[in-house]
Design a binder for this molecule. Structure first.
Ligand SMILES: *[C@@H]1O[C@H](CO)[C@@H](O)[C@H](O)[C@H]1NC(C)=O
Ligand SMILES: *[C@@H]1O[C@H](CO)[C@@H](O)[C@H](O)[C@H]1NC(C)=O
Ligand SMILES: *[C@@H]1O[C@H](CO)[C@@H](O)[C@H](O)[C@H]1NC(C)=O
Ligand SMILES: *[C@@H]1O[C@H](CO)[C@@H](O)[C@H](O)[C@H]1NC(C)=O
Ligand SMILES: *[C@@H]1O[C@H](CO)[C@@H](O)[C@H](O)[C@H]1NC(C)=O
Ligand SMILES: *[C@@H]1O[C@H](CO)[C@@H](O)[C@H](O)[C@H]1NC(C)=O
Ligand SMILES: *[C@@H]1O[C@H](CO)[C@@H](O)[C@H](O)[C@H]1NC(C)=O
Ligand SMILES: *[C@@H]1O[C@H](CO)[C@@H](O)[C@H](O)[C@H]1NC(C)=O
Ligand SMILES: *[C@@H]1O[C@H](CO)[C@@H](O)[C@H](O)[C@H]1NC(C)=O
Ligand SMILES: *[C@@H]1O[C@H](CO)[C@@H](O)[C@H](O)[C@H]1NC(C)=O
Ligand SMILES: *[C@@H]1O[C@H](CO)[C@@H](O)[C@H](O)[C@H]1NC(C)=O
Ligand SMILES: *[C@@H]1O[C@H](CO)[C@@H](O)[C@H](O)[C@H]1NC(C)=O
Length: 756
């Protein structure tokens, strides 16, 4: 989700970028003319490389107008008379192919950037080690694979080495013995290189006296073996260290302890510190501005020594097992960081408790993420004075009390307000005009006495959740004048009345209006959604609204328990992405349309408790992914189709209960080896029970490994991929009692052939 991404994003590369730009300016002065040797080397290089989408490097050629190779695209020469190529910038040229060994003839080359190309998992060529004047080498995002050549150790002038993000799970190194040769290195990025075998990586890094930036993200780094020598020798020049997503244990803390007084930015997230606390020595890192250690199994609180971190801007310790009173965390940080701290992320620690203290001393605080903890008590009104706040995430705690306008008096910059799943009561005056324009409004289970009128002032939100808010009110017509950027709306589980007004929607991935008292016909525009839940309302009219949309993006459609009536339209050819369709408990009648056979993605199909008649169309046998098929309580009459057993291998729940199916049970049903619930009761079935029913092994076996039957699916909307899941539910009648199963459905096994 965007807020989290924003907080997790790094700003540490700005400084580096500035350095690179300076280097670049220094080199790009005009030059006099290109040497023949360099020109030939470049032409050989071009020959080995082709553009992904046609010709690239068009200016590289011998034609009259191109004869000075110093003028070629991406080529920069030294400023003196000799005209040697000193810089080659081929970043993002969609180049594929092979790097010609003629490259080494560019003996004056100081800067080489081949990033964002596709070298098809080939190895970084050994001969790059002969470009002995290189200062800057950037081979990031270039799809290099194989082993990193030791010959890089010959590049003794190198200051920047960036191999970030090459062929993942292919590029690797067995050792870094060559690294100490690069004694002038300032920037090292080997992220997403497999270094799982490099036990001595820390020793190698320690021998780089000028190293400022160390970036080894997702390298499978093993825990270093820390000797007292390596602690002593640890690099004092380091400014940015990012070891996110490795296999480190808490032994790394010893290396970082004490000596790193220049460290500005430290990221140790995604490691396993297995219950250790944050070491007190981190408080000695007096330059520290950014500390990120989330998802790393830390325990305890923050050490008192953090009171000495006077420059701290961002502290992200989410998704650990930290514990203690929030007020203790805050008190320690307020000693010195209160003017600087911009991000405080203690989310998902589950055990940080106590009430929210006054935070107004934190004059710069922008993002406050305390969700999924054990916080209780009231939210102090003073939070409304924190005029820099952009994000408030308190969801999933036990906060209580009344939230009023005072809580927001000066929050003009607020863009994310997430208070879901607490015990809060929102009480604003009727004509409140909030000072903010929110992007995320998530207030699930925050109680409101009437429909929140202040929403009328919010013109820009992408996400709205006011579900389970106890609202018993009519939805005002202005509400439907929704932002064009709406991605998700959940107003379910209230007692909202009225009709769905005139909405404009380009597309909206998620619309949940279920469990209200909404009425009237369903506007066809709603079928532009991807997930649409209108169940448990009083919607009426025909289902033909669905046919207005061609090539629908609907993946989940729940219209169950409404008053939808008439014949089902025959336009299902437009719903090839539909995974879940529930039309049960309505007043639909007539035949089941044949185009339903085009629901190629359907996994759950419920048509129960309507008045469908006739046969099941044989086209449905193309719905091969079906796992739940519920036709119960209709007036269908035919023999039980053989294809149910023959064509739908993964059927887990089949309910034909309460129809007029006749004749005998076809032996093909015995193919349904995964069936857990087979309900053929209350039909006119006769004959003998097929002997092969003992093939239904899922029915006979004990239990299922999971409690629920869950399905997940994705929907592509523009550039974004959204993932959803849902749990199946089913009703069974046993000894005359009808019960619903959902949270334990995985364990339910039942076969019912009874007459009633
Ligand atoms: C010209 O520049 C090149 C590369 O930067 C250097 O090797 C050479 O010594 C310089 N020549 C003069 C005359 O400055
Ligand atoms: C790189 O090129 C190879 C073919 O040489 C192709 O199979 C692969 O998909 C390309 N990778 C990317 C990321 O474009
Ligand atoms: C290397 O190139 C990539 C992509 O062009 C860029 O993002 C990165 O900052 C460069 N690395 C260095 C050290 O300049
Ligand atoms: C480069 O380094 C290798 C060892 O890794 C060495 O054998 C070779 O002689 C070196 N080549 C040059 C040109 O310095
Ligand atoms: C390190 O550099 C020396 C020359 O300074 C060279 O002889 C040696 O081969 C290099 N080692 C590696 C591993 O490249
Ligand atoms: C990383 O390398 C190790 C040893 O070479 C290997 O066992 C492991 O599977 C590799 N990991 C990945 C994700 O490729
Ligand atoms: C300590 O670092 C220096 C260079 O800074 C290096 O020469 C020496 O070998 C290192 N010692 C150990 C034990 O790593
Ligand atoms: C870290 O891992 C290393 C190597 O597996 C082990 O020797 C060391 O005891 C571990 N340290 C801690 C604190 O778990
Ligand atoms: C509306 O939201 C976008 C992000 O979706 C944001 O960049 C913009 O500043 C917001 N506009 C207003 C008026 O708040
Ligand atoms: C249904 O599946 C059969 C093969 O089982 C295929 O011949 C037929 O074209 C499919 N129907 C549609 C509408 O795709
Ligand atoms: C049935 O389920 C298996 C396992 O989940 C899956 O691999 C297979 O594709 C499914 N078959 C169909 C026709 O959907
Ligand atoms: C389906 O989504 C795509 C974007 O992914 C959009 O271009 C298209 O218009 C949508 N189709 C409908 C019928 O809304």
């Amino acid at each position: 989700m965007t807020v989290a991404n924003m907080v997790e994003a790094r700003s540490c590369f700005k400084l580096l970028y500035a350095i690179v730009v300076v280097l670049l300016l220094h080199m790009s002065s005009p030059c006099i003319g290109c040497s023949e040797r360099d020109m030939q080397a470049l032409l050989a290089l071009k020959q080995g490389l082709v553009g992904d989408d046609g010709d690239r490097l068009l200016s590289w050629g011998r034609e009259a107008q191109n004869k000075d190779c110093c003028q070629w695209e991406g080529v920069y020469c030294s400023s003196n008379q000799t005209g040697h190529v000193v810089k080659l910038d081929l970043q993002d040229q969609s180049l594929r192919g092979k790097i010609s060994p003629a490259l080494v003839n560019l003996q004056h080359l100081e800067y080489l950037d081949l990033s964002f190309n596709n070298l098809s998992r080939s190895q970084i060529p050994d001969f790059i080690g002969s470009l002995s004047n290189l200062i800057y080498l950037n081979l990031s995002f270039a799809n290099f694979g194989g082993q990193i050549p030791n010959q890089l150790g010959n590049l003794t002038h190198l200051q920047y080495l960036d191999l970030n993000n090459n062929a993942y799970s292919d590029i690797h190194a067995k050792n870094l013995n060559w690294l100490p040769n690069l004694s002038g290195l300032k920037h090292l990025d080997l992220s997403f290189t497999n270094l799982s075998d490099v036990v001595g990586w820390l020793e190698a890094v320690n021998m780089l006296p000028k190293l400022r930036n160390l970036i080894l993200v997702g390298c499978y780094l093993p825990p270093p073996v820390i000797s007292s020598v390596s602690v002593m020798n640890s690099s004092k020049s380091l400014v940015h260290v990012n070891l996110d997503g490795n296999n480190l244990n808490s032994s790394i803390f010893q290396w970082l302890s004490g000596t790193h007084t220049n460290l500005v930015d430290l990221n140790l997230s995604g490691n396993n510190f297995n219950g250790s606390s944050i070491p007190a020595s981190f408080g000695n890192m007096s330059s520290l501005e950014y500390l990120y250690i989330y998802s790393s199994e830390l325990e305890g609180g923050i050490p008192n020594s953090f009171a000495k971190l006077c420059r701290l801007r961002e502290l992200a310790l989410g998704s650990n097992s930290l514990s203690g009173q929030l007020s203790d965390f805050v008190e320690t940080l307020s000693k010195c960081a209160q003017k600087t701290l911009e991000i405080l992320d203690l989310s998902r620690n589950h055990d940080i408790s106590g009430s929210l203290p006054d935070l107004t001393n934190f004059l710069s605080l922008k993002h406050l993420l305390l969700q999924s903890n054990n916080l209780s008590g009231r939210i102090p009104e003073s939070i409304g004075q924190m005029s820099k706040l952009e994000t408030i995430r308190f969801e999933g705690n036990s906060l209580e009390g009344v939230i009023s306008e005072t809580h927001f008096s000066k929050l003009s910059k607020l863009s994310s307000l997430i208070l879901s799943s607490n015990s809060l009561l929102l009480n604003f005056s009727f004509d409140w005009i909030p000072p903010f324009q929110l992007q995320f409004i998530r207030l699930k289970s925050c109680k409101m006495s009437s429909f929140p009128k202040w929403l009328q002032t919010q013109k820009n939100y992408t996400s709205l959740d006011i579900s389970d808010a106890g609202i018993s009110d009519t939805i005002p017509s202005w509400f439907w004048d929704l932002s064009q950027k709406l991605e998700s709306m959940d107003i379910s589980h209230n007692q909202l009345r009225g009709t769905v007004g005139n909405i404009r929607l380009e597309f909206a991935p998620y619309l949940n209006l279920s469990w209200n008292q909404l009425e009237g016909p369903i506007p066809s525009i709603l079928s532009k959604a991807s997930v649409l839940d209108l169940s448990h309302n009083n919607f009426s009219g025909a289902a033909s609204f669905l046919c207005a949309t061609k090539d629908s993006n609907l993946t989940f459609l729940d219209l169950s328990s409404n008053h939808v009536s008439g014949e089902l339209p025959d336009c299902w050819i437009n719903f090839k992405k539909l995974v879940f369709l529930d039309l049960s408990n309505n007043y639909l009648f007539g035949k089941i349309p044949t185009t339903m056979g085009h629901l190629f993605s359907i996994k759950t199909l419920r048509l129960s408790n309507n008045r469908f008649v006739g046969e099941l169309p044989s086209q449905l046998k193309n719905c091969t992914k079906l796992t739940l098929f519920d036709l119960g309580e209709n007036n269908l009459s035919s023999s039980i189709p053989e294809w149910l057993g023959a064509s739908i291998p993964n059927l887990t729940i089949l309910i034909l209960r309460g129809n007029q199916f006749y004749r005998s049970i076809p032996p093909q049903l015995c193919h349904l080896t995964g069936v857990q619930i087979l309900d053929l009761s209350m039909n006119n079935i006769s004959g003998t029970i097929p002997k092969c029913l003992n093939n239904l092994i899922a029915l006979a076996q004990k239990g299922n490994s999971s409690l629920t039957i869950q399905h997940s699916y994705t929907t592509q909307m523009g550039d974004l991929l959204y993932g959803w899941d849902y749990e199946e539910e089913a009703s069974l009648t046993w000894k005359g009692v009808r019960s619903k199963y959902k949270s334990t459905l995985g364990l339910v096994k039942s076969i019912d052939l009874s007459r009633q």
